[in-house]
Design a protein around this ligand. Structure first.
Ligand SMILES: [Zn+2]
Length: 355
């Protein structure tokens, strides 16, 4: 079996990891993190489940990493992302798993953020021989397709020069309103068109490696059951058209499933047959972290109001120490991730070399 050095993977090793996922019909959870607590919880959960994993920050998550008190929000978004990446570069190998470092949605307004991260990434690459991030997501799905693909091609050329990949988006991942009652298979906004995927392949594949967030009725967030009509067969149609038109092997697109939180388990399983190797998860792990902290706070309310019990004089230091209640959040997040590794069938499949 192929094995990789534990730690952050990029370039050829990233392609090896993706191929193992697709050949083995499993996917890696891509978990949004906002601080070292959540980043460490994801790596701990991956190690526990003997799975490789993807850690990512949104621009807001990156800003939070740097600190909400910094006045210059743009600089905070850049430096917070760098700080996050450096933390994971330092720690990932010690968890004994392979980690992919990613950024989440960057729309047209956030292209300067990506460009600043590429400048930082180039500097890091010149010193260490590794990029800071394995891949950046550039989501220009709200723009017309020519602009989307031209801009992604321009950025991919810079990324490929430092052994990075790009994730692009075609079609729109729905929000609450978009998801409700939308079961028209030809709706070209919620359901990515196979012809658009083919254009992306023709434009980007010669330049470097890209992954593709394709919409098949997925929505961000968690809503009441029944609002979302997932149609994984859309992914299959895109894969088939690519093979038919170019002779590329079956399932050549490396697909990303956005809006994984709260999705029907059988649709998640079905999507694994059609080249999905990455499933983004944020809402469910946010809730898990909050619930772990919340349950502890409810059960120990006095310790969050008084340093010393007003009646008994007992000190509460052991209860309000942040390491105690933040750990409850981490543990609860790890429990939720156990479920994700099982759903995505990645548990026990880490490519990281043992020992
Ligand atoms: Zn998304």
């Amino acid at each position: 079996m192929t094995s990789l050095q534990p730690g952050v993977v990029f370039g050829e090793d990233y392609l090896t990891l993706i191929k193992a996922c697709k050949d083995g019909k499993y996917a890696l959870p891509a978990v949004n993190v906002t601080n070292t607590n959540t980043a460490n919880a994801v790596m701990e959960a991956a190690a526990k489940n003997k799975s490789d994993v993807i850690l990512q920050v949104s621009n807001g998550g990156a800003q939070f990493f740097a600190g909400k008190g910094l006045e210059d929000a743009f600089t905070a978004k850049v430096l917070g992302a760098v700080s996050f990446a450096q933390h994971v570069h330092m720690m990932a190998a010690h968890y004994g798993i392979c980690v992919v470092l990613h950024t989440d949605h960057a729309d047209k307004n956030l292209i300067p953020w990506i460009e600043a991260l590429l400048a930082q990434g180039k500097e890091f690459y010149d010193i260490t021989g590794k990029p800071l991030f394995t891949s950046h997501m550039v989501d220009l799905s709200a723009e017309d397709i020519d602009y989307n693909l031209n801009e992604c091609a321009r950025l991919l050329e810079q990324m490929a020069a430092i052994e990075m990949s790009i994730e692009i988006e075609l079609g729109v991942t729905g929000g609450e309103e978009d998801g409700v009652g939308s079961d028209d298979i030809d709706n070209d906004k919620l359901y990515t068109q196979p012809e658009d995927c083919l254009l992306a392949w023709q434009k980007l594949n010669p330049l470097g490696h890209f992954s593709l967030a394709a919409s098949f009725g997925n929505v961000h967030g968690v809503y009441k059951p029944g609002n979302v009509k997932l149609r994984p067969e859309i992914l299959k149609n895109s894969q088939s058209l690519l093979s038919e038109k170019t002779g590329a092997p079956e399932n050549s697109y490396d697909l990303v499933f956005h809006g994984g939180s709260g999705s029907e388990k059988d649709k998640i399983a079905e999507s694994l047959n059609y080249g999905v190797f990455k499933m983004n998860i944020d809402t469910d792990t946010q809730f898990a972290f909050a619930r772990g902290v919340g349950e502890y706070v409810f059960a120990n309310q006095a310790a969050f109001a008084f340093q010393i019990d007003p009646d008994t004089g007992a000190p509460y230091k052991k209860q309000y120490d942040p390491r105690v209640w933040l750990r409850k959040g981490e543990e609860s997040m790890i429990d939720r991730l156990d479920e994700a590794f099982a759903d995505l069938k990645s548990a026990g499949k880490s490519l990281a070399r043992q020992g």
